[in-house]
Design a protein around this ligand. Structure first.
Ligand code: NAD
Length: 260
């Protein structure tokens, strides 16, 4: 890419697990556009795979990886104290994290237990607020915060279960954070892709059938690719989107416009 809209920008990326992760597609695109990267990964188990992915990137701009299990407040703090040693200020943050216990995705929605509800909301929603809060004072010249949502926030996608209300709360959190962070020129938006074959998506039963259905029914007659989500994340990270905040932007080959 000769066009480097993110040259000199510092980006924190959360949610890379493997090469299929949407966060990895965004990290690669932001890096190619000139951004310096720090990736926060979920615990020791992901250290080697994430470092191996980063080693595939050109050495410049620099990229680093540190653990950040978002269920652990102490680990969030220690991630940020390591991050500031490399980046005294940040410009971009991607939150691409979701989790629901397996049982909660298998039972009827009305059977969701208190424990499973709280776990799902802790990892999939609260972590977004916690990371944004921790990052806030590091956005010295404004910046852009992004998260990943899904259409199940708005409409019933039968197997999405507890993740539906979690994504509704996530999109609402985007609006409240955008409102409160706006005066510091920090923009907050969500990207809402159609189904993409990743580890998290394969936890939703009937996912493969759903992929096929979206391909057949979408106005564009195909499924979205992670790199197309990354292109929108690049736009939302760049100055080209400087007047956009508080929005959820569908990147789903048009599926969400359908009424049948
Ligand atoms: P993925 O499995 O690659 O990514 C999920 C990430 O969440 C992983 O990196 C995992 O390590 C991280 N995570 C889970 N619990 C964590 C914790 N306690 N601490 C830190 N990290 C934790 O799958 P993905 O599809 O790339 O998912 C990324 C985001 O995209 C999610 O928010 C998902 O809901 C959203 N999304 C995915 C699709 C899809 O079809 N794949 C569609 C719309 C939205």
């Amino acid at each position: 890419m000769n066009y480097k809209p993110l040259l000199g920008k510092n980006a924190l990326v959360f949610g890379v697990a493997n090469k299929w992760s949407i966060a990895w597609a965004v990290a690669k695109t932001w890096h190619e556009a000139g951004a310096n990267l720090i990736v926060g990964y979920q615990g020791e188990r992901l250290k080697k795979p994430v470092e191996a992915l980063l080693s595939e990137l050109p050495p410049s701009p620099p990229s680093f990886a540190f653990p950040c299990d978002v269920s652990n407040e102490q680990e969030i703090k220690s991630f940020f104290s390591q991050a500031v040693k490399h980046f005294p200020k940040i410009d971009l943050l991607l939150h691409s994290i979701a989790f629901a216990p397996k049982e909660a995705l298998e039972k009827n929605f009305y059977e969701t237990t208190r424990e499973d509800f709280l776990k799902t909301f802790e990892i999939s929603v609260y972590s977004f607020i916690a990371l944004a809060r921790e990052a806030k004072t590091l956005f010295r010249d404004g910046g852009s915060i992004l998260t990943l949502s899904y259409y199940g926030s708005e409409k019933v996608i039968s197997n999405y279960k507890i993740m539906g209300p979690a994504k509704s709360a996530l999109e609402s959190s985007v609006r409240y954070l955008a409102y409160e962070f706006g005066k510091d020129q920090i923009r907050v938006n969500a990207v809402s892709p159609g189904p993409i074959n990743t580890l998290a998506a394969r936890g939703i039963s009937g996912f493969t059938k759903f992929l096929k259905e979206c391909e057949t029914k979408s106005p564009l007659k195909r499924n979205v690719e992670a790199k197309e989500v990354a292109s929108v994340a690049l736009f939302l990270a760049s100055d080209e989107s400087r007047a956009i905040t508080g929005q959820t932007i569908y990147v789903d080959c048009g599926y969400s416009i359908l009424g049948f």
